[in-house]
Write a new protein. Structure first.
Length: 464
């Protein structure tokens, strides 16, 4: 049933969205709904009218007030995900990649990769696992990634030539750290120069393999070592700032690499740290923006930083479902509401955690029970789509790269919403109802559209 629903949704999308860069303007009003057994299903709509429904609350879209531009939506090509992709039969793998990043699928256009291993890997590794300190990086090699990570990235790029890839390390090589291990610990200051060259070698090595990495973060989740249970590293504020302004930024410039640098790659509650770091002009000159996770704190932290430094981009880089949760396949309204809050606080992208995991959330060498955006059963190869997958569909299928978030206002409580102006002149509104069934009016340029929103539903409308 889910497979059929996905194929139908893809066909609907393919008929209306004709190219990667921009969506062709639609001459008619269109709508899609996910609720109950409906998965991004076609939603019949009545035409816009000149009078509102007296019983319904109103959401008003103001196209004259535009905010951030959208980079895209996506997921993480972890070692675990790439390995599972590689184990599929070629035709099945291509179908799944088309479904995730292809022009008639979810149209995901942002991918996160790992500089070495994360917790979602088959084993812990770096690109220089020397048994003794190797500051000259004589043992550096990306050979591990040639087996299945780089081939999958190349296949994904062929499926979507506009895929924006960014990368993050979970740990420097163990010999660079205080505990001489990839698991937990913290960075040693004496190896910051060598670590900057480690980044350069990684970027140049990937480029030689046909993979261009557009941005890097200095560390995934700078403020935890996860109790030494997985590849991780503590980076104090002073160390991260010094690394970027004294070593990484200058090293990328010297190597003529235009790769952007994003700070933090961690939770909302660290917004004060970011404000302090960006107040240093020597650091800020090298920083394109801030990468955020949503595990702790609230998304308005991103607005606090944006208001202080409006020239720095805001990027939401990690969050995924729990594979053992009973609502793994049905929590689309929860995720869509989360996405609306992220986008209304200046985020230019939303990136899920693992693209693909098995039914137990494996491969996994860490302590967390995450699930993939999709699950591929280890025995049957059956694909199961998460609630997060269906939430993404309501954004990524209709909202194009370069779209601008629009101002909205409402007299309603409990309906999350976010509106966009696409580059070709059409408009998109995504509405999320996590409560009981409601009826609402959408107001745009003096006209009204009446909608019925079932319980736990997500609705997307597109018009020009």
């Amino acid at each position: 049933m889910q497979q059929a629903a996905c194929v139908a949704a893809s066909l609907v999308c393919a008929n209306g969205l004709t190219s990667w860069g921009l969506a062709a303007p639609s001459s008619r009003l269109r709508g899609w709904i996910t609720a109950g057994q409906q998965k991004f299903a076609d939603l019949p709509l009545q035409p816009w009218k000149t009078t509102p429904d007296a019983q319904a609350g109103t959401i008003e879209i103001d196209a004259t007030k535009k905010f951030q531009s959208i980079l895209g939506f996506g997921g993480a090509f972890t070692d675990a995900s790439c390995y599972l992709f590689s184990q599929m039969e070629p035709e099945q793998r291509q179908r799944l990649l088309e479904e995730l990043v292809g022009p008639s699928g979810l149209r995901l256009s942002v991918g996160r990769t790992c500089i070495g291993s994360s917790d979602y890997s088959r084993n812990a590794y770096s690109f220089d696992d020397a048994t003794t300190p190797d500051p000259g990086l004589k043992n550096f090699s990306i050979a591990h990634d040639r087996d299945y990570i780089l081939p999958i990235l190349r296949e994904a790029q062929l499926t979507n030539p506009e895929l924006f890839l960014f990368s993050a390390p979970w740990s420097p090589p163990g010999w660079m750290k205080s505990n001489n291990s990839l698991l937990g610990g913290s960075m040693r200051k004496q190896y910051l120069a060598a670590y900057a060259q480690y980044f350069v070698k990684f970027l140049e090595g990937y480029k030689a393999e046909g993979i261009s990495i557009k941005a890097v973060t200095s560390q995934n989740e700078v403020d935890t070592d996860q109790d030494g249970r997985m590849p991780a590293s503590l980076w104090g504020q002073e160390y991260e700032a010094g690394f970027i302004k004294e070593f990484l930024g200058p090293a990328l410039r010297k190597a003529s690499l235009d790769t952007k640098i994003w700070l933090l790659d961690h939770n909302y509650n660290l917004w004060g740290r970011v404000l302090d770091q960006l107040s240093d002009p020597d650091l800020a000159q090298y920083v394109d923006g801030v990468a955020w996770h949503g595990y702790v704190g609230t998304p308005d932290a991103m607005t606090k930083v944006h208001n202080a430094f409006p020239d720095k981009g805001t990027y939401w880089t990690e969050g995924g479902p729990d594979v053992v949760a009973p609502d793994y396949t049905t929590d689309w309204a929860k995720w869509s509401g989360t996405f609306a809050g992220i986008l209304k606080n200046w985020a230019r992208c939303i990136v899920a955690w693992n693209f693909v995991l098995d039914e137990k959330g494996n491969p996994n060498i860490g302590p967390f029970s995450c699930g993939g955006l999709v699950t591929v059963d280890s025995k049957t190869q059956r694909v199961t789509r998460s609630g997060q997958y269906w939430a993404f569909a309501h954004y990524s299928k209709a909202v194009q790269r370069g779209a601008r978030v629009l101002a909205t206002k409402t007299n309603l409580d409990g309906i999350e919403h976010v509106a966009f102006a696409n580059p070709y002149g059409d408009y998109v509104l995504v509405l999320t109802n996590q409560g009981a069934a409601r009826e609402i009016d959408c107001k745009f340029e003096g006209k009204f559209l009446h909608l019925k929103l079932p319980q736990d539903s997500v609705v997307t409308i597109q018009w020009s």
